[in-house]
Structure formats: structure tokens, C-alpha cells
Design a protein around this ligand. Structure first.
Ligand code: HPA
Ligand SMILES: [Zn+2]
Length: 349
């Protein structure tokens, strides 16, 4: 591996912001800022149960995953037309480009929208057009991952997959999100097997609030290529070994974990421990509009709170490219730019 040069500690935050990175765990509905929720509600003649942007934002006080999901699904209800999905994704992509995100794999939850009469084409076409335009206009690479809501049935997931089939070329993979406890991965074994046959990439949320057993079944039953969150893996030594040996990436989301009380404080986050154990951890924003920060905020805050180093920074950015579903040619370009950024930070000291 690249020998990371010594970087003065006071330059670390600037380096974290400047380094190219991939974001692999971002729910596009979780990027919907309160201002845009109000704009879209007005545009679509909807009345929100909040009088102002500030009142809505003050409702963002979460105690666990479910308390967040309730408000997150309510926020997403203002999305009705293709242009709404486009505007949401475009705003995120512009923000991600500012954080030097070279590549992003965006989660979306079609069942949230089809449940109130929005056609899946409306969702996928709006998001996909935003990705295409962002590539041309912002130079950021962006792809889509369709997530099944695990609190809904297997039949609903199959129905969603069926609806998405005519647009399957516009997505690179499928994931599994929403309420984890009580909804183990194996509930979706057959859906994931079908997606695998279709040649889609597979990921799943596991071990955010749920036990290590859910990470095992995501790997062995669903056969996923990455684990979203996965921070509970530290409670199972054999699982840690498996994740390290197979280079299964974990898409870790520090500010999300702090806000949903997965850890009592950011200083207690186990990101450093995961890296020390040789796991391919990455840093991501999850739902940036709800958790108080985009990807660079996640990097700078978790580094400040836990004392991670420039070497850790390089490893995390490198892992993000390696774990992405981009081409090897793209990965080499981004990894080269990553090294150049680190060299620049020593040179001008
Ligand atoms: O962190 C999350 N976990 C599960 N489902 C989600 N949907 C949006 N964010 C999340
Ligand atoms: Zn998530």
C-alpha cells in the first residue's frame, strides 16, 4: 500500500475535506432538506403538519432508528412528480461534489412512493436523469441502488422488483433498509436470489441496531457484497475474522449512529477498532439532512472525536473506491488522485 506521508495534525481536517472519496451509503430521501420539503409541498399543493422550516427541523430529535424512520417517511411524502425526484437528487449531487465525492451509489426506497400512488418510473427516471446530468455538469459519477423496505412483506418486495424490471438498466444493485429489529435478512432470501440471477449487485443494512446474527445471514443467506452499518460486528470475534478475510466492506455512518444512539457519544464510536481489526470500513452520511452533516462532516467530526490519523483517512478513502461497484479503470483514476492529494498536503507544509 501507498506509504502515507506525515501530515501535520492541524492540516488533517482540510485533508479530509480535500481528498477524493466515494459515498456508498446515502438514502436520497434522507438528503431532503427541510427547505426543499417546504418548497415541494407548496409546489404540490400539500399541507404539512409543521408551520415552518424551523418547526420541522425542531422535530428532528431521535431516540432510535424507528423514531427517525417515522419522520423520514413523512418528509418523503412531498415527492410526487419526476421533477421532484430530480431536484432532490440534483441538490444532493451538487452538495456531494463540493465534498470532493468522486463517485456515489445512491439508495432509494421505491415502496415509500408507490404506496401513495407514485409510479416507480417517476421515481427512477427522475433520479437517473439527475445522475446523468451530474456526471456531465459536475463531473461526479453516480449510480442507483434500489432498496426494499424490510418492514414490508416478501411479496411486496417481489412486486417492487417486478415493477422495476423495465428500468433495470438504470440501477446497479439492490439493498435492504428500514426497521431492522424483527426483520432479519432471511425474510428476503428468495428476492435477493432472484436479484442475483438478474446480475444485480447486492447490499443490505445489518448490524446497525440488530445483532451479529443478522450480519451472518446477510452474508450467507442473501450473499451480499457489502454490509451497511455493520458496527455490531465487534461483538462477534468469528464474524470480525470473516469480514476481514473476505474484505467485506462496512459502510459506516458515524453521525447517524450518534443521532440514533447506537453509541452514547461520537467519541465512543468503534470506527477505529474496525480499521485496526483490518476491516474494509468506509465513512458515509446515511441521511445527511436529518443527522446534521454530509460526508465531510462525518469525516471531520468522527476524526476529531476519536483521534483517527492521516493513515486512517487514506485507508477509508481507498476502501470506499475499492468497495464501490465502479469499473476498475475508474477506481485506478480515483486512487491516483487520492495519492496526489496526500502528497500535496505534505509538500506545502
Ligand atoms: O440508517 C438507516 N437504517 C435503516 N433504514 C434506513 N433508511 C434510511 N436510513 C436508514
Ligand atoms: Zn442507511
Amino acid at each position: 500500500m501507498f506509504k502515507v506521508p506525515p501530515i501535520p495534525a492541524d492540516r488533517l481536517p482540510a485533508l479530509l475535506r480535500a481528498m477524493p472519496k466515494a459515498e456508498l451509503h446515502i438514502h436520497i430521501e434522507g438528503s431532503l432538506e427541510p427547505e426543499l420539503i417546504f418548497t415541494l409541498a407548496r409546489r404540490n399543493d400539500l399541507t404539512l403538519p409543521y408551520a415552518s422550516v424551523d418547526e420541522l427541523r425542531s422535530a428532528y430529535a431521535f431516540t432510535n432508528l424507528q423514531s427517525f424512520l417515522d419522520i423520514y417517511y413523512a418528509g418523503a411524502s412531498v415527492l410526487l412528480h419526476e421533477q421532484d425526484f430530480y431536484d432532490m437528487a440534483r441538490a444532493y449531487l451538487a452538495r456531494a461534489a463540493m465534498d470532493n465525492v468522486a463517485h456515489t451509489e445512491i439508495f432509494f426506497d421505491p415502496q415509500t412512493h408507490t404506496a401513495h400512488g407514485v409510479a416507480i418510473e417517476t421515481v427512477i427516471n427522475g433520479l437517473h436523469r439527475a445522475c446523468e446530468d451530474a456526471r456531465a455538469e459536475l463531473g461526479i459519477s453516480a449510480t442507483l441502488i434500489l432498496c426494499f423496505l424490510r418492514h414490508l412483506s416478501e411479496a411486496s418486495a417481489f412486486e417492487t422488483l417486478e415493477q422495476a424490471l423495465p428500468l433495470i438498466d438504470k440501477i446497479v444493485g439492490v439493498g435492504l433498509d428500514s426497521s431492522e429489529l424483527g426483520h432479519p435478512p432471511e425474510k428476503f432470501a428468495r428476492v435477493f436470489a432472484r436479484c442475483r440471477d438478474l446480475g444485480l449487485h447486492l447490499v443490505a443494512h445489518a448490524g446497525e441496531e440488530g445483532p451479529p446474527a443478522y450480519i451472518w445471514s446477510a452474508l450467507d443467506v442473501l450473499k451480499v457484497e457489502r454490509i451497511d452499518h455493520g458496527v455490531q460486528a465487534v461483538h462477534d470475534a468469528a464474524l470480525m475474522k470473516r469480514l476481514a478475510q473476505d474484505r467485506i466492506a462496512l459502510t459506516v455512518c458515524p453521525l447517524s449512529n450518534q443521532k440514533l444512539r447506537v453509541f452514547p457519544n461520537l467519541a465512543d464510536h468503534n470506527l477505529g477498532r474496525l480499521l485496526e481489526a483490518g476491516l474494509a470500513a468506509t465513512v458515509n452520511s446515511d441521511d445527511p439532512a436529518y443527522f446534521g452533516g454530509y460526508i465531510n462532516d462525518n469525516f471531520t467530526q468522527v476524526f476529531a472525536a476519536t483521534g483517527l490519523t492521516a493513515r486512517n483517512a487514506y485507508q477509508l478513502a481507498f476502501n470506499s473506491f475499492e468497495a464501490s461497484f465502479a469499473s476498475n479503470a475508474d477506481k485506478r483514476v480515483w486512487e491516483h488522485r487520492l495519492k496526489e492529494t496526500f502528497e500535496r498536503f505534505v509538500e506545502y507544509d
